[in-house]
Design a protein around this ligand. Structure first.
Ligand code: PLP
Length: 414
């Protein structure tokens, strides 16, 4: 394949059906932001919505806003909006709490739906919080066990023994970007009689997801990555209709009660998705998320996916052509169909190289021990941004400017 030159890359931008969406975002013209898979970029709409809620509702109607501004129903309203992006019919998604907390709720619920089985299967390469939470779930259930793909068995498919109650899978691996086949693996999990729980943190808003069609039981995901809801914006949880009546989520707070304002003594879970809420939700963060979700109106997920793959393919092609011989090794699947919306390269000095890139306005991130991670967010990235990022990477590697001692200092958040 011939290497596209600048003119060819500018033509890709001119022909990009999503190019107008960039204007919705607040971006620095001097930077290339390749970290939308960790913290998404604000839209003008998100900031306006946040300001309106803070100024006119909290600062105006005060407590009346729970009713007059729709605060109370916001978690389910936003849940249904996110549902349209992840293939979930209305009434199965609610925005609440954090992904970590929601993993706890759904794993515990899943265990309750499979009495007599006591094993949770997860990936050793999972995003760690999912495993930490699974350990917590196991610690509360006498006899329960956590088994890990890559430690207790070679693949999830090999580990589906009759004692497995629930399988927790990351749709896209946070480090390598590898994409799992959701429909096929869910079918295998069901054949084995277990419950399929999917973590969509790196796929919601990054690629088409079809939860209902795949027959998924439960799913969780965050809204501050590809959904651009803002730092720490609340997560979402999906429970398939067929489980809503029976699933008993353990964090049985009043917002999940059938009649929260009846102030009854005993808990009775709501019959619908509201049951997966716990306590009072962060309304200001939810309003920023509401504004952020507006950008998706009319976005064709097929076009989004095609651009995501094309941006990442271009990046891989340019990096391998221009930065060969500097110790980079592709860690992500080469084939676009097997990859989420990110590209990772291994490098012995990944931390320093990334710090040098960031100092020059190319923002990606580092994942221990040696991964340079670049996220490609099709809503606002241009093909010329990919070219710019590779030019800077080439410069950093050739000049060895990453060896500057100031790039060796580790920060708390990577
Ligand atoms: C980002 C991410 C999380 C984050 O969980 P929080 O509770 O929001 O901190 C969890 N799981 C995966 C797979 C992630 O990528």
């Amino acid at each position: 394949m011939t290497l596209p030159d600048r003119a060819a890359i500018e033509t890709m931008d001119a022909q990009d059906p999503l190019r107008a969406l960039r204007d919705a975002f607040i971006l620095s013209p001097d930077e290339v932001y390749l970290d939308g898979n960790s913290l998404g970029v604000p839209t003008h709409a998100a900031q306006e919505e946040l300001m309106r809620a803070a100024r006119d509702e909290w600062g105006g109607e005060l407590i009346r806003s729970w009713n007059t501004a729709g605060w109370f129903d916001l978690p389910v309203e936003l849940g249904d909006r996110i549902g349209t992006l992840i293939g979930a019919a209305p009434g199965q998604v609610v925005v609440a709490d954090t992904t970590s907390v929601n993993v706890y709720k759904v794993l515990h619920s899943a265990m309750g739906l499979r009495p007599g089985r006591n094993v949770i299967v997860a990936e050793s390469g999972s995003f760690p919080t999912d495993l930490y939470i699974a350990e917590g779930v196991v610690s509360t259930l006498p006899g329960a066990q956590l088994r890990l793909e890559g430690v207790d068995g070679p693949t999830i498919e090999d580990m589906l023994t009759p004692d497995v109650a629930a399988v927790l899978v990351n749709h896209v691996n946070y480090k390598t970007g590898e994409l799992r086949d959701m429909a096929a693996l869910t079918a295998r999990i069901h054949e084995a009689g277990a419950i399929a729980v999917w973590d969509l943190c790196h796929s919601a808003g990054a690629l088409p997801v079809e939860l209902d069609a795949a027959g998924v039981d439960f799913a969780v995901g965050c809204t501050y990555k590809y959904l651009n809801g803002g730092p720490g914006s609340p997560a979402f949880v999906y429970a398939a209709h067929r489980h809503l009546g029976q699933a008993r989520q353990p964090l049985s707070g009043w917002w999940g009660h059938a009649r929260p304002f009846a102030f009854e003594t005993g808990y009775e879970g709501d019959g619908g998705i509201r049951r997966f809420q716990c306590g009072t939700q962060p309304i200001l963060s939810m309003r920023a998320l509401k504004g952020a979700l507006a950008v998706w109106d009319g976005v064709d997920m097929g076009e989004l996916r095609a651009k995501s793959v094309a941006l990442a393919d271009l990046f891989i092609q340019l990096v391998e052509a221009r930065c060969a011989g500097f110790g980079l090794a592709l860690e992500s699947p080469r084939e676009g169909a097997r990859r989420g919306s990110q590209v990772s390269f291994r490098h012995d000095h990944a931390w320093q190289v990334m710090q040098a890139l960031i100092s020059r306005g190319v923002i990606g991130d580092f994942r221990a021990p040696s991964t340079l991670r670049f996220g490609f967010t099709p809503l606002y990235l241009r093909y010329v941004d990919v070219l710019r990022a590779v030019e800077v990477l080439e410069e950093v590697l050739k000049s060895e400017s990453w060896k500057d001692p100031r790039f060796a200092v580790q920060a708390a958040v990577t």
